[in-house]
Ligand binder design. Structure first.
Ligand code: NI
Length: 180
């Protein structure tokens, strides 16, 4: 996939009702959605991050972008997935320390299936199906969770979760003040 230069969009910070909503399946792969995918990749690379879901930029449609290759300083491997779905997951599980661009500076261990098979539509509307392991498997599951209004902190103990939410509210107040 070639990267056309997108425009950076603002990333919503937790807590936000749009981050808790279930996103709608993409019915028609319009140019507007392809532009959104380019913008999301641009936003993700600039952050920098390895994955981003449309609800994080305020669009409640089932679209995610990811590129886990950059972790190794390798050639970029941008992927945009419309209507991604975990079709199969391994019994074997894996723990990764996860973070999220909507919950900056917070990291926590999350356990997920070590390998998943995902199907999706690519930017031309062609169905794709691929197996993922390692960081890619974790990342794609994290991003698909966003489409169902789930955040990686949802599985943490309530006290820890509340502490993080308080911290993010404070961060948002500070960001709003800086903008004013
Ligand atoms: Ni995230």
């Amino acid at each position: 996939m070639t990267i056309s230069k997108g425009m950076k969009r603002a990333i919503l910070i937790h807590p936000d009702p749009k981050l808790k909503a279930v996103a709608t399946p993409v019915a028609d792969l319009s140019d507007g959605l392809r532009i959104l995918a380019d913008d999301m990749l641009e936003t993700m690379y600039a952050a920098p991050g390895i994955g981003l879901a449309a609800p994080q930029v305020g669009v409640l449609e089932r679209l995610i972008v990811l590129d886990c290759a950059r972790e190794d300083g390798a050639t970029p491997q941008p992927v945009a997935m419309f209507n991604p779905r975990v079709a199969a997951a391994s019994d074997e599980r894996n723990v990764y320390e996860e973070g999220c661009l909507s919950i900056p500076q917070i990291y926590a261990d999350v356990e997920r299936p070590a390998e998943v098979t995902v199907d999706w539509l690519d930017r031309d509307g062609n169905p794709q199906c691929q197996g993922f392991s390692g960081l890619w498997a974790t990342c794609v599951q994290h991003e698909i969770d966003h489409l169902d209004g789930k955040l990686f902190i949802d599985g943490l103990k309530p006290l820890k979760r509340h502490m993080i939410t308080r911290k993010m509210k404070k961060l948002k107040r500070e960001m709003a003040r800086e903008k004013a």
